[in-house]
Design a protein around this ligand. Structure first.
Ligand code: F6P
Length: 320
């Protein structure tokens, strides 16, 4: 490819800017022309496409959000929409697109490749829910934010001898909850991957810890389990411990990316442009171990999700 475009799509994630910067600067280093598309696939349909230069991506690596803006595009998600976007690329002479986003965005990248425009996906989502990759851009920052917020909640929970039920994001994936639960010393962590028994996994656990002298409790609930208000009420009813629920929400999506997110984003962006330079298409850039590799998008979308059972066991054994 000689003239490529980059866009961010779906929910934003801290580190997306670092990925955009990497794509732009790598492309320029390789002698390519590079364009930034605003508002995800919508911008491709509307022709919101600007040529990018070295200085276009100055001063963004440390910022959360995405300076290219993002959207979930219902119009693009139709055969006509995909065709229109491909035609727009041809009109502009764009012969490669890097799509930074989650699974939904990769399905779009696969379809656009099918319509004749080579695409490469880069995993950007706080959820870590892309089965082909052990890591997604934004995940580390979101977990650190959740941890800091829950540390604050703990201060007041402790002062009042209460139980706090805190719901964290992750869509259907329990990874943010599991790791955050360990990091904040939660008495229990509920994830969608593991069925739980209210009496045994919550009430008994809390009562046992109470008998050993523990007086305040943090319960982390993954978004995929949900019902944190009801869980909180029931804990209060069954244990007699005054309880409060907090849904952390979109605070987890913002803020300055951590070092890990900035560096992984930089590496993944670089790899994506290498693939386009080498004439590859329909690939998704992923992390395996600590290595950056790539898979066919269609195969990647069909890979089964794995859950870290050992880490879950560790969280169970340490929460006492
Ligand atoms: O995929 C990221 C995420 O924040 C999920 O954790 C959450 O389920 C969803 O997006 C929320 O989406 P929205 O920002 O559209 O409300």
């Amino acid at each position: 490819a000689k003239k490529i475009a980059v866009l961010t799509s779906g929910g934003d994630a801290p580190g997306m800017n670092a990925a955009v910067r990497s794509v732009v600067r790598t492309a320029i280093s390789f002698g390519m022309e590079v364009y930034g598309v605003k508002h995800g696939y919508n911008g491709l349909l509307r022709g919101e496409v600007d040529k990018m230069y070295l200085r276009s991506v100055s001063n963004i690596i440390q910022h959360g959000g995405t300076s290219l803006f993002t959207a979930r595009s219902p119009e693009f998600n139709t055969p006509e929409g995909v065709q229109k976007a491909a035609d727009k690329c041809r009109e502009l002479g764009i012969d490669g697109v890097v799509v930074i986003g989650g699974d939904g965005s990769f399905r779009g990248a696969r379809d656009l490749t099918g319509a004749g425009i080579p695409c490469i996906g880069v995993p950007g989502t706080i959820d870590n829910d892309i089965s082909s990759s052990e890591y997604t851009i934004g995940y580390d920052t979101a977990m650190n934010t959740a941890m800091e917020m829950i540390d604050r909640i703990r201060d007041t929970t402790e002062s009042h001898d209460r139980c706090s039920v805190v719901e964290v994001m992750g869509r259907r994936c329990g990874d943010i909850a599991l790791n955050t639960g360990i990091a904040v010393g939660a008495i229990a962590t509920l994830v969608p991957e593991v069925p739980f028994d209210f009496e045994k996994d919550l009430v008994d656990r809390i009562k046992y810890a109470q008998q050993t002298g523990k007086r305040h409790f943090i319960v982390v609930v993954a978004e995929g389990v949900g019902h944190s208000e009801e869980i909180c009420k029931r804990i209060q009813e069954e244990t007699g411990i005054e309880s409060r629920a907090t849904i952390l929400g979109h605070v987890q999506r913002g803020g300055s990316p951590t070092l890990r997110d900035r560096v992984v984003a930089s590496r993944m962006g670089y790899h994506a442009v290498e693939l386009l330079r080498d004439g590859k298409s329909n690939r998704v850039v992923v992390m395996q171990g600590e290595r950056i590799v790539d898979f066919d998008i269609t195969e990647a979308l069909n890979m089964p999700r794995t859950f870290d059972e050992k880490l879950y066991k560790i969280s169970q054994d340490l929460s006492r």
